[in-house]
Design a protein around this ligand. Structure first.
Ligand SMILES: C[S@@+](CC[C@H](N)C(=O)[O-])C[C@H]1O[C@@H](n2cnc3c(N)ncnc32)[C@H](O)[C@@H]1O
Length: 348
């Protein structure tokens, strides 16, 4: 059984979340100096608005990050020792007082986590190609006044302390939560080529026209990479609840926070999916694995191991206990969902 809850509130104070109770944080904050988020920062700290009005980009950038720092500090309180933090963030480019420049959000966040004593681990470049015909900025074909077009964002990875140890029952759960060899090869590469998701916000949200959601694939990979089944994953900037959805299909508990009441309502309806839709996503993982097996030569196949719960081949011994369970029931609660799974039933 997994539980999924979303709270309305500023994640600089997550008093509903116990100290050290979270195993993994997967999130994407509002991006400082990207204009669609100006208002969200100004509402939290009027001095941001003053800096923007004065055209002082660097001062606005500093003040916006100080707002995010409050949430990062609270994340540090709730995260268990040896837990991971994965943050999707893009740098911003903007012209202020006739100066075009880059605002390096990813570097500023790395600094915060370094100062909090976290291990900074290799990050991922999420490449999301732009189709815009006029994506190149500056002086066209004449040197030297054109600017490189940004088509990537970062997924920063931090760890609180040393390697996590898995004893007793957690050791079995870790083996069931293993990923396939071919998933490892793709997920642990530093370049993810994943198309962005639809930016149209469903319903009629008064303040914002775009939801800035990441595609489900992003939190789904991260949750599988850095947590085990039954863990609790927090998203302190939950938006439409994509991290929570990923947790529902990955058999992890989730907690979300968002400052915007309307967005929380939209998140709850976004997560309220048909069980068959979520089971299709769960089964998709198996189907991709079976397609991978089809592509192996006979010689490669003969060296495979047998996965016990599903009775199919796998490349390595570490994959023999992987168990992927379908959802049996989704129950709505006051602020989220409880998911029950078909334990003990192999899909294939
Ligand atoms: C980039 S969006 C997150 C999108 C999300 N990953 C998704 O897939 O839908 C950032 C969210 O953070 C929320 N937010 C901004 N400041 C906040 C704060 N201090 N506490 C909680 N939520 C905040 C915004 O309302 C917005 O929904």
């Amino acid at each position: 059984m997994t539980r999924h809850e979303i709270f309305v509130g500023n994640s600089s104070d997550m008093s509903d979340v116990g100290t050290g109770s979270i195993n993994l944080i997967v999130t994407s904050p509002p991006y400082p100096m990207i204009s669609m988020w100006d208002e969200v920062f100004c509402e939290q700290e009027p001095e941001v608005g003053e800096a923007l009005l004065a055209g002082d980009g660097m001062e606005a950038f500093r003040k916006m990050h100080r707002i995010l720092d409050r949430t990062w500090k609270e994340c540090d309180r709730v995260l268990a020792g040896n837990g991971f933090v994965c943050i999707n963030i893009g740098d911003a480019t903007r012209t202020m007082r006739d100066e075009f420049r880059l605002y390096p959000n990813h570097a500023r966040i790395i600094q915060t986590f370094t100062d909090m004593g976290y291990s900074v681990l290799p990050d991922i470049h999420w490449r999301k190609p732009s189709n815009a015909p006029n994506k190149f900025m500056g002086s066209g074909m004449y040197p030297a006044g054109a600017y490189v077009t940004y088509e990537h964002e970062y997924i920063l990875v931090f760890r609180k302390g040393g390697k996590r140890q898995f004893n007793g029952e957690k050791r079995n759960r870790r083996q069931e939560s293993a990923y396939f060899w071919e998933e490892r090869n793709e997920w642990f590469s530093d370049l993810w080529d994943i198309r962005g998701t639809s930016q149209a916000l469903a319903g009629t949200h008064s303040g914002r026209e775009r939801n800035a959601s990441y595609p489900l694939e992003i939190p789904y990979r991260l949750v599988n990479m850095y947590s085990i089944k039954g863990d609790t994953v927090l998203d302190p900037f939950t938006g439409l609840g994509t991290t929570g959805l990923a947790c529902m299909i990955a058999d992890r508990n989730s907690i979300g926070y968002d400052i915007d009441t309307e967005i929380v309502h939209a998140a709850l309806s976004n997560m309220d999916r048909e069980i068959s839709t979520l089971n299709n996503a769960i089964e998709g993982r198996i189907k991709r694995h079976l397609a991978f097996l089809e592509g192996l030569s006979d010689a490669e196949r003969s060296k495979c191991y047998r996965n016990i719960p599903h009775a199919f081949d796998v490349k390595t011994k570490q994959e023999t206990a992987i168990k992927i369970e379908r959802l049996r029931q989704i129950e709505k609660t006051e602020n989220g969902f409880i998911c029950r799974y078909e334990h003990g039933t192999a899909i294939y």
